[in-house]
Design a protein. Sequence first.
Length: 180
Amino acid sequence: MNLEPGFEVDTKVLQTELDATKNPYAEAVKHEIKDQYMMGEFLLVAPLFNMDEGREVILPKGNWYDFYTGEFVGNGEIIQVKNGFEKIPLFVKDGGIIPMMPQIRQTSEWVENTPLEIRVYGNSSGSFVIYDDDGKTFNFEKGKYTTKRLKAENGKGSVENLHSSENWIYGEITWKFMSK
Protein backbone atom coordinates (compact mmCIF):
# COMPACT_ATOMS: atom_id res chain seq x y z
CA MET A 1 0.00 0.00 0.00
CA ASN A 2 2.86 2.38 0.71
CA LEU A 3 3.73 2.39 -3.02
CA GLU A 4 0.22 3.48 -4.04
CA PRO A 5 0.10 7.13 -5.17
CA GLY A 6 -2.05 9.14 -2.78
CA PHE A 7 -1.71 6.61 0.05
CA GLU A 8 -0.81 8.61 3.10
CA VAL A 9 -1.37 7.26 6.52
CA ASP A 10 0.09 8.45 9.77
CA THR A 11 2.37 5.57 10.59
CA LYS A 12 3.20 5.24 14.22
CA VAL A 13 6.77 4.79 15.30
CA LEU A 14 6.81 2.74 18.45
CA GLN A 15 9.77 3.38 20.71
CA THR A 16 10.61 0.15 22.48
CA GLU A 17 12.99 -0.74 25.22
CA LEU A 18 16.22 -2.64 24.85
CA ASP A 19 15.47 -6.37 24.95
CA ALA A 20 18.09 -9.00 24.14
CA THR A 21 15.57 -11.15 22.25
CA LYS A 22 12.80 -8.94 20.86
CA ASN A 23 14.73 -5.75 20.17
CA PRO A 24 18.48 -6.13 20.82
CA TYR A 25 19.38 -2.64 19.58
CA ALA A 26 16.44 -0.72 21.07
CA GLU A 27 15.38 0.37 17.57
CA ALA A 28 12.21 2.24 16.90
CA VAL A 29 9.65 0.01 15.18
CA LYS A 30 7.51 1.48 12.42
CA HIS A 31 3.93 0.23 12.33
CA GLU A 32 2.87 -0.36 8.71
CA ILE A 33 -0.42 -1.34 7.11
CA LYS A 34 0.03 -4.95 6.02
CA ASP A 35 -3.51 -6.30 5.98
CA GLN A 36 -4.85 -4.57 2.85
CA TYR A 37 -3.33 -4.44 -0.61
CA MET A 38 -3.73 -3.30 -4.20
CA MET A 39 -4.52 -5.97 -6.79
CA GLY A 40 -3.48 -4.16 -9.93
CA GLU A 41 -3.91 -0.44 -10.41
CA PHE A 42 -7.61 -0.09 -9.56
CA LEU A 43 -8.65 -2.80 -7.07
CA LEU A 44 -8.13 -2.50 -3.30
CA VAL A 45 -8.54 -5.69 -1.24
CA ALA A 46 -9.16 -5.46 2.51
CA PRO A 47 -9.73 -9.01 3.82
CA LEU A 48 -11.45 -9.84 7.08
CA PHE A 49 -10.07 -12.65 9.13
CA ASN A 50 -11.73 -15.34 11.22
CA MET A 51 -13.82 -13.89 14.04
CA ASP A 52 -13.31 -10.27 12.93
CA GLU A 53 -16.50 -8.26 13.38
CA GLY A 54 -15.24 -5.53 11.09
CA ARG A 55 -12.18 -3.52 10.25
CA GLU A 56 -10.81 -0.17 9.22
CA VAL A 57 -9.85 0.34 5.58
CA ILE A 58 -7.51 3.16 4.63
CA LEU A 59 -8.45 4.54 1.23
CA PRO A 60 -5.78 6.34 -0.82
CA LYS A 61 -6.62 9.75 -2.25
CA GLY A 62 -9.11 9.65 -5.10
CA ASN A 63 -12.70 8.48 -5.30
CA TRP A 64 -13.30 4.85 -4.33
CA TYR A 65 -16.37 2.71 -4.98
CA ASP A 66 -17.72 -0.53 -3.53
CA PHE A 67 -16.97 -3.35 -5.99
CA TYR A 68 -20.30 -5.09 -5.47
CA THR A 69 -22.72 -2.13 -5.50
CA GLY A 70 -20.83 0.69 -7.23
CA GLU A 71 -21.65 3.04 -4.34
CA PHE A 72 -19.16 5.78 -3.47
CA VAL A 73 -17.34 4.89 -0.23
CA GLY A 74 -14.76 7.63 0.25
CA ASN A 75 -11.73 9.63 -0.82
CA GLY A 76 -8.43 9.50 1.11
CA GLU A 77 -10.04 8.57 4.40
CA ILE A 78 -10.44 5.72 6.84
CA ILE A 79 -13.72 3.82 6.54
CA GLN A 80 -15.27 1.02 8.61
CA VAL A 81 -16.49 -2.21 7.03
CA LYS A 82 -18.52 -4.86 8.80
CA ASN A 83 -18.06 -8.59 8.67
CA GLY A 84 -19.78 -10.38 5.85
CA PHE A 85 -18.14 -13.71 5.14
CA GLU A 86 -20.10 -14.02 1.92
CA LYS A 87 -17.87 -11.38 0.31
CA ILE A 88 -14.38 -9.94 0.73
CA PRO A 89 -14.32 -6.14 1.05
CA LEU A 90 -13.22 -4.86 -2.38
CA PHE A 91 -13.00 -1.27 -3.57
CA VAL A 92 -12.42 0.13 -7.05
CA LYS A 93 -10.68 3.41 -7.87
CA ASP A 94 -12.47 5.99 -10.01
CA GLY A 95 -12.01 5.12 -13.70
CA GLY A 96 -11.52 1.42 -12.98
CA ILE A 97 -12.60 -1.09 -15.60
CA ILE A 98 -13.04 -4.67 -14.39
CA PRO A 99 -13.78 -7.41 -16.99
CA MET A 100 -15.96 -10.19 -15.56
CA MET A 101 -16.92 -13.58 -16.97
CA PRO A 102 -19.14 -16.38 -15.67
CA GLN A 103 -17.62 -18.40 -12.85
CA ILE A 104 -15.73 -21.57 -13.75
CA ARG A 105 -13.96 -23.98 -11.42
CA GLN A 106 -11.15 -24.98 -13.76
CA THR A 107 -9.86 -23.97 -17.16
CA SER A 108 -11.24 -27.11 -18.84
CA GLU A 109 -14.73 -25.60 -18.28
CA TRP A 110 -13.79 -22.54 -20.35
CA VAL A 111 -15.71 -22.53 -23.62
CA GLU A 112 -15.63 -20.38 -26.73
CA ASN A 113 -17.98 -17.41 -26.91
CA THR A 114 -17.79 -16.87 -23.17
CA PRO A 115 -19.65 -13.60 -22.54
CA LEU A 116 -17.79 -10.70 -20.92
CA GLU A 117 -19.36 -8.16 -18.62
CA ILE A 118 -17.28 -5.01 -18.42
CA ARG A 119 -17.85 -3.17 -15.14
CA VAL A 120 -16.97 0.51 -15.03
CA TYR A 121 -16.60 2.42 -11.76
CA GLY A 122 -16.79 6.13 -11.13
CA ASN A 123 -17.09 9.04 -13.52
CA SER A 124 -13.54 9.36 -14.83
CA SER A 125 -12.55 8.00 -18.23
CA GLY A 126 -10.73 4.70 -18.09
CA SER A 127 -9.13 2.09 -20.29
CA PHE A 128 -8.04 -1.51 -19.91
CA VAL A 129 -6.14 -3.77 -22.32
CA ILE A 130 -7.44 -7.33 -22.41
CA TYR A 131 -5.27 -10.15 -23.78
CA ASP A 132 -6.39 -13.49 -25.18
CA ASP A 133 -4.67 -16.50 -26.73
CA ASP A 134 -5.58 -20.17 -27.11
CA GLY A 135 -4.24 -20.96 -23.62
CA LYS A 136 -2.86 -24.30 -24.76
CA THR A 137 0.11 -23.71 -27.05
CA PHE A 138 3.03 -21.33 -27.45
CA ASN A 139 1.51 -19.89 -30.64
CA PHE A 140 1.38 -16.49 -28.96
CA GLU A 141 5.13 -16.37 -29.62
CA LYS A 142 4.24 -16.46 -33.34
CA GLY A 143 1.81 -13.56 -33.00
CA LYS A 144 -1.33 -15.66 -32.56
CA TYR A 145 -2.99 -13.70 -29.80
CA THR A 146 -5.44 -10.85 -29.53
CA THR A 147 -5.35 -7.65 -27.51
CA LYS A 148 -8.20 -5.17 -27.29
CA ARG A 149 -8.46 -1.84 -25.51
CA LEU A 150 -11.65 -1.42 -23.53
CA LYS A 151 -12.45 2.28 -23.09
CA ALA A 152 -15.12 4.01 -21.05
CA GLU A 153 -15.87 7.70 -21.53
CA ASN A 154 -18.97 9.77 -20.78
CA GLY A 155 -21.09 6.76 -19.86
CA LYS A 156 -20.29 4.81 -23.02
CA GLY A 157 -18.01 1.86 -23.66
CA SER A 158 -15.98 1.02 -26.74
CA VAL A 159 -13.65 -1.75 -27.89
CA GLU A 160 -10.58 -1.09 -30.04
CA ASN A 161 -8.55 -3.89 -31.65
CA LEU A 162 -4.84 -3.48 -30.93
CA HIS A 163 -3.54 -6.82 -32.19
CA SER A 164 -5.83 -9.36 -33.75
CA SER A 165 -5.49 -13.01 -34.68
CA GLU A 166 -8.01 -15.84 -34.86
CA ASN A 167 -7.71 -16.36 -31.10
CA TRP A 168 -10.61 -14.52 -29.47
CA ILE A 169 -12.47 -16.88 -27.19
CA TYR A 170 -14.86 -14.34 -25.70
CA GLY A 171 -18.34 -13.78 -27.05
CA GLU A 172 -20.75 -10.92 -26.45
CA ILE A 173 -19.41 -7.92 -24.52
CA THR A 174 -21.84 -6.00 -22.32
CA TRP A 175 -21.04 -2.83 -20.41
CA LYS A 176 -22.27 -2.23 -16.87
CA PHE A 177 -21.70 1.23 -15.42
CA MET A 178 -21.69 0.53 -11.69
CA SER A 179 -21.60 4.09 -10.31
CA LYS A 180 -24.56 6.39 -10.57
